[in-house]
Write a protein that binds this ligand. Structure first.
Ligand SMILES: [Zn+2]
Length: 176
């Protein structure tokens, strides 16, 4: 199975770049795991470019969903309750607090020093792959999951992606 582990910032991504990225991902990887970010703890700051950020993520997810289906590959959406950023991908220890500005941290359980985003990506991958064995997972490769309720009807005033905005990055750190 070919797997992609991708960390990306989509807040400032242009539409054409977003299409290129989602096409490349959907066409080339059998399974893609993403976190349902807009309802996660990353969106607690209401003051930062929330509309752009939210639309970026929703558009990314929307494109990825239909393109994965088109190419016959799988998309696993991890729900927001998994503490992907705060869980040590090496030993499973969960830390209490990880402020958004903290880019690297050291696990007190095993001593591993983590890049915040790479660690989160590893956790998302692990959770996503584990969930594939469960029948209830949203997996566009195997069923027509019509779960669009969170896509368009959300209240943009409730969320923002301050971390992404602060990074001012388009799309970075693709690694396998
Ligand atoms: Zn650890």
């Amino acid at each position: 199975m070919k797997l992609a582990r991708l960390h990306l910032r989509i807040a400032n991504m242009r539409q054409d770049s977003l299409h290129k990225l989602t096409t490349e991902l959907a066409a080339n990887y059998e399974v893609i795991c993403i976190e349902d970010l807009f309802v996660s703890g990353m969106f607690k700051n209401h003051n930062l470019a929330r509309a752009v950020s939210d639309m970026g993520f929703h558009e990314f997810r929307r494109q990825l969903t239909y393109k994965c289906k088109k190419f016959g590959n799988g998309l696993v959406v991890i729900d927001q309750w998994h503490p992907s950023s705060k869980t040590c991908s090496s030993c499973g220890e969960i830390i209490d607090v990880l402020p958004l500005g903290v880019r690297t941290w050291q696990c007190q359980g095993c001593g591993t020093t983590h890049n915040r985003d790479i660690n989160a990506a590893l956790n998302i991958e692990r959770i996503g792959l584990a969930s594939l064995s469960r029948p209830t997972v949203s997996y566009t490769g195997s069923n027509d999951c019509g779960e669009e309720s969170s896509g368009l009807g959300f209240d943009a005033s409730e969320t923002s992606l301050d971390e992404a905005v602060s990074e001012q990055q388009d799309c970075v750190s693709s690694f396998v």
